[in-house]
Each structure stands twice: as structure tokens, then as C-alpha cells.
Design a protein around this ligand. Structure first.
Ligand SMILES: *Cc1c(COP(=O)(O)O)cnc(C)c1O
Length: 386
């Protein structure tokens, strides 16, 4: 089976991890700061905090921005559940904004309309999570302008988008947001096995997230309520978690960062190749906004169902039978049973729901060969017509 995504681990990656295993520190050593420095330098963000997953990063990002009971977080329904679950962890409420039918990202026009109404009913969001689906960056300039007008904070869920740029600026620079989050799960662009990172340019937010990822404990006398009792002394000054990244993970991350640009250009080459190989098939290939240079975590096609005699499910299942490990990103979050118990109804976000009935993620990863790609396209042709 050709998977839809997979990691690429080099001998240098393996050596880097073994070196840490033989060193003094398996956790809380020098590699985590080194990885943070590498990602901060690459993106241009002032502060970077490595954690054990993007889910953890989203949680501490929300807490650092003060999200709590009575507050709202808004995001897109076409995302992984973690983008909205982070609000529920904080006791806040979630709402969704429908997607743009061209980019599949949160639609800034729909966002504006919803904000207008929310202002009247006093239910404006405290945070909007902009998810860069497939790596294509959301229209951040428009979202930022709305954030200024309506006074909400912006988190970029850039789990798909490390290595990309927006208006020429690296994703992660937080040019138009308060905090940006990356995921280093093995299917993502670079990996640390499990892992994530939160980036910000705000010293105060960085300090809060630093505390929250490690129990709310500090060894910095300037943050303590009194002089330290002695050199053993630490204080818990907030309620945090153990969301730390290990040294092994960070070493893998540092090593993977060396190949990030190579990974991204390969993904672009593969995407261009797909675009031309699929040109005569009844599918819609990904449209790219000119402001965004995508990280291309995913390559999602939409079936033109009116032009074929097969259903979406038939095409999907046939591809799997033919050895192509296609996937579907994502099931609209508001249709998940857990979200239905919170009161969400099917039919509320029609563009997202329509997308779900047509979308298929084709294999897209650094080591995908042209031969494998040709096999995928041949299989798709069969699945659509035979
Ligand atoms: C993968 C992913 C996450 C969660 O990442 P983890 O590192 O697995 O916690 C969150 N949001 C999006 C959009 C993702 O794709």
C-alpha cells in the first residue's frame, strides 16, 4: 500500500538520536533549546516553545491568551479535532465558520458576517484559530484586520504548514497572529515522532506558555513571590502540565530541520506533477492562493461527481483496493458525535459538508517516487471509470 504520508528518516537523524541516548540528558537538556532556536531562526519568530504535541501547544496557547469559561473560540470545521478541542479543555465554547470553496480554509467573508452578528448578541470570540489546511496559508491579512476591528486573538494552527510562506514571510513568524503552532507527528512535514511547538513574538505569552508546559513551576527568582529558600528552591505559581518534549525528540527535530527546504521543494515538484497528470480527469486539483507558498502537507483532490458514474465512497474504496492508501482530511468537526452532543447540527456549514462528500487526499510525502505517483494516477483513472 502506498501511504498518504510518511516520515523520511536519514542516517544523520538516527545518529543524532543515538548521540542523545548516550549523553547525560534524555530530557531537560541542551537539545530542546537548540531545536527551539533552529525553528525560531528559520521562521523569524522571537520565541519558540517545544512541547510533546501540537495538541498540547494549542492548549497552552489558549490558556496563555486567557481563554476560559464563558469565552468562545472559533475555527473551521475542516480540520483535525485538536484545533477546536483546545477550547473545550479550557472550559470555553466552540463555534465554527464555514470554508472558502476555493481554498478550503476558513472563509474571511463568512467570518466577517458572523462577527457582525456576534457583536449584536455579545458573543464575540476571544480567539480565532486559523488552520492552514494542506499547508495553504489562510488569508491572514484579512483575518488580522478583523481581529483589530473586533478585538479577538489569532492562533495559526500551522500543523500542515512549516516551511511555507505568506506574502513572502515564513509561516511561524506570527506576522498576523499572536501564536503559531506546528505539529511534528510522523505524517507531517518534519517529525519528532510526537511533538509540537508554539511560536510567538510576545515575551509575556512565551513566559506563560513556558510555565504551563512544565507544571506551572519556575526556578526564576524574578517570578517568585519571595526570595528562594536555597539553591534547591522552585515555586509553582500557576497550574500547568507535563507537556515537555524529550531530548531524543528535539535531536530528531534539529536534524530534520536541515532538510526542511528540500522536503518542501520535493512536495512542490510532486504537486506540479500531479496537477499535470490529473489535468484530463474529472477532478478538481488544489487551487493555490497567490499570497501563500504552501508547505504542501497534503494534496487533496475533489471529485466532479456530476461527471462520473461512481460515488465518492466507491472511488475511495477502489483506490484502497488498488493499493493506494488514500485518506480524507477531514470529517467536518461539527458532525462528530461529541460535537453533536454540544448542540451542533448537520447542515450548519454547507461548504464544509459539500467538501467532505468530494475530497480525497492522494499520497504526498518526500520519498514518494514518480513511478509510485504514476501508479496512483493510473489507479485513480481506473477507480473513476472502470
Ligand atoms: C496533526 C494536527 C494537529 C495535532 O497534532 P499533534 O501533534 O498530533 O497533536 C492539530 N491540528 C491539525 C490541523 C493537525 O493536522
Amino acid at each position: 500500500m502506498i501511504p498518504y504520508g510518511r516520515q523520511d528518516i536519514s542516517q544523520a537523524d538516527i545518529d543524532a538520536v543515538i548521540q542523545v541516548l548516550q549523553s547525560d540528558f534524555l530530557t531537560q537538556g541542551p537539545m530542546v533549546p537548540k531545536f527551539e532556536y533552529a525553528v525560531a531562526s528559520y521562521t523569524g519568530a522571537r520565541y519558540a516553545l517545544a512541547v510533546n504535541s501540537a495538541t498540547s501547544a494549542l492548549h497552552i496557547a489558549c490558556l496563555a491568551l486567557g481563554l476560559g469559561e464563558g469565552d468562545y473560540l472559533w475555527t473551521t470545521p475542516i480540520t483535525f479535532v485538536a484545533s477546536s478541542n483546545c477550547a473545550l479543555y479550557c472550559g470555553a465554547q466552540v463555534d465554527f465558520v464555514d470554508i472558502d470553496p476555493k481554498t478550503y480554509n476558513i472563509n474571511p467573508l463568512a467570518l466577517r458576517e458572523k462577527l457582525k452578528k456576534a457583536k449584536e448578541t455579545n458573543t464575540l470570540p476571544k480567539i480565532v484559530v486559523a488552520v492552514h489546511l494542506c499547508g495553504q496559508v489562510c488569508e491572514m491579512d484579512k483575518i488580522h484586520a478583523l481581529a483589530q476591528e473586533y478585538g479577538f486573538k489569532v492562533i495559526e494552527d500551522a500543523s500542515h504548514a512549516i516551511g511555507g510562506t505568506y506574502q513572502g514571510v515564513p509561516v511561524g513568524a506570527c506576522q498576523y497572529s499572536d501564536i503559531t503552532v506546528f505539529s511534528f507527528h510522523p505524517v507531517k512535514i518534519i517529525t519528532t515522532a510526537e511533538g509540537g511547538m508554539a511560536l510567538t513574538n510576545c515575551a509575556n505569552l512565551a513566559q506563560k506558555m513556558d510555565l504551563l508546559r512544565s507544571h506551572g513551576i519556575t526556578r526564576n527568582p524574578q517570578l517568585m513571590t519571595k526570595q528562594p529558600d536555597g539553591s534547591w528552591y522552585y515555586q509553582q505559581i500557576d497550574l500547568g502540565f507535563n507537556y515537555r518534549m524529550t531530548e531524543l525528540q528535539a535531536a530528531l527535530g534539529v536534524s530534520q530541520m536541515h532538510r526542511l527546504d528540500e522536503f518542501i521543494s520535493r512536495r512542490h515538484l510532486l504537486a506540479e506533477r500531479y496537477d499535470s497528470l490529473l489535468a484530463d480527469l474529472p477532478v478538481i486539483v488544489p487551487w493555490q492562493h497567490p499570497d501563500s507558498y504552501s508547505g504542501l502537507h497534503l494534496y487533496v483532490i475533489r471529485l466532479s461527481l456530476d461527471k462520473i458514474k461512481r460515488t465518492h465512497k466507491q472511488v475511495f474504496e477502489r483506490l484502497r483496493e488498488l493499493g493506494v492508501g488514500v485518506n480524507l482530511h477531514y470529517i467536518p468537526v461539527h458532525t462528530q458525535p461529541y460535537y453533536q452532543t454540544l448542540g451542533f447540527k448537520e447542515g450548519s456549514f454547507p461548504e464544509a459538508e459539500k467538501y467532505y462528500t468530494e475530497a480525497i487526499s492522494l499520497p504526498m510525502f518526500h520519498t514518494l517516487s514518480f513511478e509510485q505517483q504514476d501508479t496512483v494516477v493510473e489507479a485513480l483513472r481506473k477507480a473513476l471509470y472502470e
